[in-house]
Design a protein around this ligand. Structure first.
Ligand code: SAM
Ligand code: DTB
Ligand code: SF4
Length: 334
C-alpha cells in the first residue's frame, strides 16, 4: 500500500465503518508490510512541570482552573530527570517523553533546562520526545540541535469538535505548531483522544487531517479519555473497546508507515482488549506506572503481557530503519 496524503472524508469513513473483523484483518495485513509485528516500541513519559496550566482543555487534570486535587510542581532538576530516564531505559524503554503543563514554550531558564535534559538523554542513546505546548520554529530548532528526535502535539479531535473542548487556542494554532516542528526537521508525534463525547465523524475527520499533512506524523498516539474528577469531562463513560480498535485500525490503514500508539487508557483495558489493539496495528505503548499525572499499568504486568503475546520491545531508532528500507524498495518498484 502506497503512502497517500489526499484522503477524502468518504474514503476514510468507509474504512472506519468496515465490518470490524475485516477491518482488523486489513489493518494487520498492512501493518506487516511496513513493520515487524512482533516488535512494540516502548516509550516512557515524565511530567517535568506539573499542573497550573492556564489553558482550558476540558479533559486535562493539569488545567489550573479545574479542581482536580493535583499537586502542582515547578520544573524538575535536570539530574533527577536524567536518573529517571536511566531507570526507564533499564526497563526496556527506547523513547523518553518529557511533558510540561505549558500553553507554549517561552525563552526562559526553564526552557534552558529542558534543552539540557534533551541533550543528556539523547547522549544515553534514547529517542527523546518533548510535549511542551505551542512552539516557534526557532525554539524547535534549538531542541533539534540539542538532540531532540520527536515533538508531541496532539490535534485531539476534529476541527469542529475542538471548539467544544478547548477555547483558549484554535485548531489552527495546533497546526501551526506542527508546521514549525516539521520545519525544524523533527519527527512529529500527533494524534488525539477518543471518548470525549465526539461523534464517529469527528474521529474520522481528525484522521483525515493528520493523514493529509504533507508528511504523515511518524507517530500517532490514540488516547482513550481518562475521565478525571474535577474536569468538565469527569462524567464521560469508558469508551467501548470496539471504537478504540476502529480508530487504531483506520489510522494504520491511512498512515501505514506510522507508529500507532495505544496511549492513555490502558489502565482501564483488559489484556485481551489490548491484544486486539495490537492486532489492529498499534505498535507502541507508554510504559511505567504513571502517564503524566494519571495511572498506567505497572511494568511487571506489561512484561507478562508481552510474554503472553510474544512481543518484544523495539530498540531506539529501529523503526526508522525499517521505514527507510521500505521506502527504498518502493522507489525501486516505480
Ligand atoms: N501542554 C502540552 C499540550 O497540551 O500540548 C503538553 C502536555 S498535554 C497533557 C499532552 C496531551 O495529553 C494532550 O494533548 C492530550 O491529548 C493528552 N491528555 C491530557 N489529559 C488527558 C486525559 N485525561 N485523557 C487522555 N489524554 C489526555
Ligand atoms: C499523548 O498522546 N498521550 C500522553 C503523551 N502524548 C504526552 C499523555 C497522556 C496524558 C494522560 C493524562 C495524564 O496522565 O495527565
Ligand atoms: Fe495545559 Fe496541555 Fe493540559 Fe491543555 S492539555 S490544560 S495545554 S497541560
Amino acid at each position: 500500500m502506497k503512502l497517500r496524503n489526499n484522503w477524502t472524508f468518504s474514503e476514510a469513513n468507509e474504512i472506519y465503518n468496515t465490518p470490524l473483523l475485516e477491518l482488523i484483518f486489513l489493518a494487520n495485513k498492512t501493518h506487516r508490510e511496513y513493520f515487524d509485528a512482533s516488535k512494540v516500541q516502548v516509550s516512557s513519559l515524565l511530567s517535568i512541570k506539573t499542573g497550573g496550566c492556564p489553558e482550558d482543555c476540558a479533559y486535562c487534570p493539569q488545567a489550573a482552573r479545574y479542581n482536580t486535587g493535583l499537586n502542582a510542581h515547578k520544573m524538575m532538576d535536570v539530574k533527577d530527570v536524567v536518573s529517571k530516564a536511566k531507570i526507564a531505559k533499564e526497563n526496556g524503554s527506547s523513547r523518553y517523553c518529557l511533558g510540561a503543563a505549558w500553553r507554549e514554550v517561552r525563552d526562559n531558564r526553564d526552557f534552558d533546562k529542558v534543552v539540557e535534559m534533551v541533550s543528556e538523554i539523547n547522549a544515553m542513546d534514547m529517542e527523546v520526545c518533548c510535549t511542551l505546548g505551542m512552539i516557534t520554529e526557532d525554539q524547535a530548532n534549538r531542541l533539534k540541535e540539542a538532540g531532540l528526535y520527536a515533538y508531541n502535539h496532539n490535534l485531539d479531535s476534529s476541527k469542529d469538535f475542538y471548539k467544544d473542548i478547548i477555547s483558549t487556542r484554535t485548531y489552527q494554532d495546533r497546526l501551526d505548531t506542527l508546521g514549525n516542528v516539521r520545519s525544524a526537521g523533527l519527527t512529529i508525534c500527533s494524534g488525539g483522544i477518543i471518548g470525549m463525547g465526539e461523534k464517529d465523524d469527528d474521529r474520522v475527520k481528525m484522521l483525515v487531517t493528520l493523514a493529509n499533512l504533507e508528511k504523515h506524523p511518524e507517530s500517532v498516539p490514540i488516547n482513550a479519555l481518562i475521565s478525571v474528577e474535577g474536569t468538565p469531562l469527569e462524567k464521560q463513560k469508558k469508551i467501548p473497546i470496539w471504537e478504540m480498535i476502529r480508530t487504531i485500525a483506520t489510522a494504520k490503514l491511512m498512515m501505514p508507515a506510522s507508529m500507532i500508539r495505544l496511549s492513555a487508557g490502558r489502565i482501564n483495558m483488559s489484556d485481551t482488549e489490548q491484544a486486539l489493539c495490537f492486532l489492529a496495528g498499534a505498535n507502541s505503548i507508554f510504559a511505567g506506572d504513571k502517564l503524566l499525572t494519571t495511572p498506567n499499568p505497572n511494568t511487571s504486568d506489561d512484561k507478562k503481557l508481552f510474554e503472553i503475546l510474544g512481543l518484544t520491545p523495539m530498540q531506539a531508532f529501529e523503526h526508522k530503519a525499517i521505514r527507510e528500507e521500505k521506502r527504498k524498495l518502493e522507489q525501486e518498484e516505480v
